[in-house]
Design a protein around this ligand. Structure first.
Ligand code: AKB
Length: 334
């Protein structure tokens, strides 16, 4: 089985070990704040530089360095890398599927040009770079069930096209320039404290808030739309295991999965705790635009290579995830 994550980082072959200094972009998003917290607990607050283009809440600022980083501005990014002596980048800034579909020009800039800036910085400054991909990188001609890492990839959304482009560019930079590029295809991520940012899987978070607050949810996907999902802490755990693995792994990009469910199955699980909860679905003749996006994605993922190569294993299945989401949201409301 894979060795545990390193406690120290040996920079440039010196015999002295020290913690890596990590820059996290998009750190105010659904995933960024949790990852920053975890990395700070491992490496010390001063070694994890959080960044975004919005002002951070006070408590975020108090917990360690936070800087403005526009992923479109190469020289400003380079200044951060140099000034802070950055070793690793975790690149989270991106427009998600639903928002990207409505803002094509911005999605191309942020998702592709922004990523390209980070990749180039990784090449020039010999940085490790972790940038997640997504189930959205697959497309309608991809086998839907137990989708493997290596398969047909013809995404038909702007989000998917930009993410697949990034996977290929990362692999190219690894092959050509020796950049330590790492990526995982995330499923939909469920979290109670941080809201998702405009994706197709967002229904699986919204449903809990509506169930607890209003007892009803108007779902934008059809009841039998099966998609891969994961609880936030599992996603952070898998990301940290992958990011900190001491050597480059056999593949640059891995599928990462935990559970798969439909809105109807999720509703039934919620109703075990909230029996009066009701849900409605769109009229089949007039589907929401996100239905076509969801229909082009896998229903279940094969992530056996991540399990084999870096020991990935989720803690949360459907039952404990639903219970925890409801407990957390009920505590927010009380
Ligand atoms: C989205 O729905 O766009 C994201 C994703 C699956 O990448 N959550």
């Amino acid at each position: 089985s894979p060795p545990p994550p390193p406690q120290h980082y040996n920079n440039n072959g010196s015999t002295k070990t020290r913690h890596p200094r990590v820059l996290v972009t998009g750190s105010l998003g659904q995933l960024g704040s949790g990852l920053v917290k975890e990395l700070r607990s491992m490496y010390g607050a001063e070694n994890v530089v959080a960044s975004d283009i919005r002002k951070a809440p006070e408590e975020f600022m108090a917990n360690g360095p936070f800087v403005y980083a526009d992923v479109m501005n190469y020289s400003a990014l380079e200044r951060i890398v140099v000034d802070w002596r950055i070793d690793w980048i975790v690149h989270y800034s991106a427009l998600l599927s639903a928002v990207a579909e409505k803002n094509m020009a911005m999605a191309l800039s942020v998702n592709m040009a922004g990523f390209q800036n980070m990749l180039e910085l990784a090449k020039v400054h010999r940085l490790r770079i972790y940038s997640p991909s997504t189930i959205g990188a697959f497309g309608p001609s991809t086998p839907k069930d137990n989708t493997p890492d290596l398969t047909i990839m013809r995404p038909n959304t702007i989000y998917g096209i930009t993410k697949l482009h990034n996977e290929l560019m990362g692999e190219y930079y690894r092959e050509k320039f020796g950049v330590d590029f790492r990526s995982a295809r995330y499923p939909g991520i469920l979290s109670a404290d941080t809201p998702p940012g405009g994706g197709t899987t967002d229904y699986a978070v919204d449903i809990f808030h509506h169930a607890v607050r209003h007892g009803h949810y108007d779902c934008f996907l059809s009841k039998d739309t099966r998609l891969p999902m994961m609880y936030l802490s599992d996603c952070i755990k898998g990301t940290v295991e992958h990011l900190t693995y001491p050597t480059p792994l056999p593949q640059s990009v891995y599928n990462l999965a935990a559970v798969s469910f439909t809105p109807e199955e999720l509703t039934k699980e919620i109703q075990k705790y909230l029996p009066h909860f009701t849900i409605s679905y769109p009229d089949e003749a007039r589907p929401d635009f996100r239905q076509a996006i969801a229909d082009s994605w896998p229903a279940t993922l094969d992530d056996s290579m991540a399990r084999k190569d870096f020991g990935w294993k989720e803690e949360f299945g459907m039952e404990n995830m639903v219970k925890l989401m409801l407990d957390k949201i009920q505590a927010q409301v009380a």
